[in-house]
Design a protein around this ligand. Structure first.
Ligand SMILES: [Zn+2]
Length: 278
């Protein structure tokens, strides 16, 4: 059995791996950053390679099921949630871009959630990735693709994140809080995998390709601005944001005041977590 280790999923590193490696049978994915694993993208690489091979020489190509890759995901941060989603990102620092990949083949066959693996994650990374979880859940809840199942997952993820991210900030070795955030990350991933994401992530990927800023931190910086804009321009969004506010225990009377309180509360936790305004 051969073992290969891969780092950050850049376009160049994937190309290098693809030229030097035979299609694997099993990929075990340790998701070690707030972004998405190279191994995740590698699954798609081999899938696409197979299709290309079939196109060029159908007679010689093996049917894909013979080469089905078993993908086992073990997240080591609470944020990317790529252990349960069909999304992956490949960075292209040479051209200042990030390429999103979306394919059902990227959903792992098995996900193992062990909060002990995130205990050593530095506090600022835990906070940035935690804000990514909150953004995933809020965007899934407000998405036009939201449904009863994604709502249930998103609402629980918001409640858990709102409570336990603060606890981690107080005590980064709090294993119970880490476990709840790990679960929240997974739930938010399942929610947005079904409902979709929104404007925060659309802009965050574009900005993240140009500037080396952690994904979760960019999301946190954009979240209050997008809530403000969406609530004024998308008719269905306001009641959804008010639901977010209710889950967070924010209710101040009129809808407008509650919305403003939600926006201000997110700005305040950014400030508390050391996340800049711009
Ligand atoms: Zn994200």
């Amino acid at each position: 059995m051969d073992f290969h280790a891969f780092g950050w999923p850049t376009a160049r590193s994937l190309q290098r791996v693809g030229y030097s490696t035979h299609a694997p049978k099993v990929i075990t994915r340790l998701v070690a950053s707030e972004a998405f694993s190279a191994l995740f993208s590698l699954t798609l690489y081999f899938f696409v390679s197979h299709l290309t091979q079939q196109q060029h020489n159908p007679a010689c190509a093996q049917p894909f099921p013979d080469h089905t890759i078993v993908l086992i995901a073990i997240p080591t941060t609470s944020g990317s949630c790529s252990e349960v989603t069909s999304y992956a990102i490949i960075s292209d620092p040479q051209n200042g871009r990030k390429y999103p990949l979306i394919a059902e083949e990227l959903v792992p066959d098995y996900a193992i959630l062990d909060p002990h693996l995130v205990l050593s994650v530095p506090l600022q990374v835990a906070v940035d990735t935690g804000m990514d979880v909150l953004t995933h859940a809020i965007e899934a809840l407000v998405s036009s693709g939201a449904n009863d199942f994604s709502d249930a997952l998103a609402e629980k993820a918001i409640a858990l994140t709102w409570q336990y991210l603060h606890d981690i900030f107080q005590d980064e070795k709090d294993i119970q809080a880490r476990a709840h955030m790990h679960n929240a990350s997974c739930m938010a991933g399942m929610a947005f995998n079904s409902a979709g994401l929104g404007l925060v992530h659309g802009m965050a990927h574009a900005i993240g390709g140009m500037l080396y800023i952690p994904h979760g931190k960019i999301n946190a910086m954009l979240l209050s601005l997008v809530i403000d804009w969406n609530a004024r321009h998308a008719p269905h969004a306001l009641p959804r944001y008010l639901k977010c506010a209710a889950i967070m225990g924010i209710q101040t009377g009129t809808q407008k005041h509650t919305l403003n309180a939600l926006i201000n509360r997110i700005r305040k936790i950014n400030q508390r977590f050391g996340i800049p305004v711009t």
